[in-house]
Design a protein. Structure first.
Ligand SMILES: [Zn+2]
Ligand SMILES: [Zn+2]
Length: 170
């Protein structure tokens, strides 16, 4: 659905859609497994498009440790502002506090709702998603999935190698 600024000049646009898996391409690492429900509204404030609504779906991503598919339910409210990329003049940009809102830009006549939704879903996924907090991952020596079975390698190889990663997460 294309949100056209000229249409928005006349009236706000309400949307309510259910997108089946495959409608939006999330790339190779994210697989949408349930319909993606979106509903909300778009309105024009000065020259900025404000998008508010709710999205809900389920995706599958590979666990960063054990590489097994891991299921994630996503339910997210959004309140977004998009300024036209051409008008950078300060007085034209709707000023809002950074904490409350995320601000983006649109080119030309408006923006594609699906692009916004795709971005919001991807933003909701962790950079390194894991299937569960205590996932044991793969043995660094033999590649065995340690959630499923222990391997014969030295146990000392396991934990310390993940310590730097754990620090990164914080
Ligand atoms: Zn895992
Ligand atoms: Zn091993």
């Amino acid at each position: 659905m294309f949100l056209n600024v000229h249409e928005l000049e006349r009236q706000a646009i309400e949307f309510e859609e259910t997108l089946p898996p495959g409608k939006i391409d999330f790339g190779n690492d994210v697989i949408q497994t349930e319909p993606l429900e979106i509903r909300g509204s778009a309105e024009l404030l000065a020259s900025a498009i404000r998008l508010r609504g709710l999205l809900r779906t389920t995706v599958e991503i590979s666990c960063a440790r054990c590489l097994e598919p891991s299921r994630r339910d996503i339910e997210k409210e959004f309140d977004l502002f998009y300024n036209p990329v051409a008008t950078i003049a300060k007085e034209e940009v709707v000023s809002v506090s950074k904490e409350e809102l995320e601000i983006g830009f649109y080119h030309g006549d408006g923006l594609l709702l699906e692009e916004v939704i795709k971005e919001q879903v991807l933003l909701d996924l962790p950079m390194k998603g894991i299937c569960r907090e205590d996932c044991s991952g793969l043995c660094p020596s033999c590649g065995q999935n340690l959630n499923l079975a222990a391997c014969g390698c030295k146990a000392s190889l396991g934990d310390p190698s993940w310590a730097p990663l754990a620090k990164w997460k914080d």
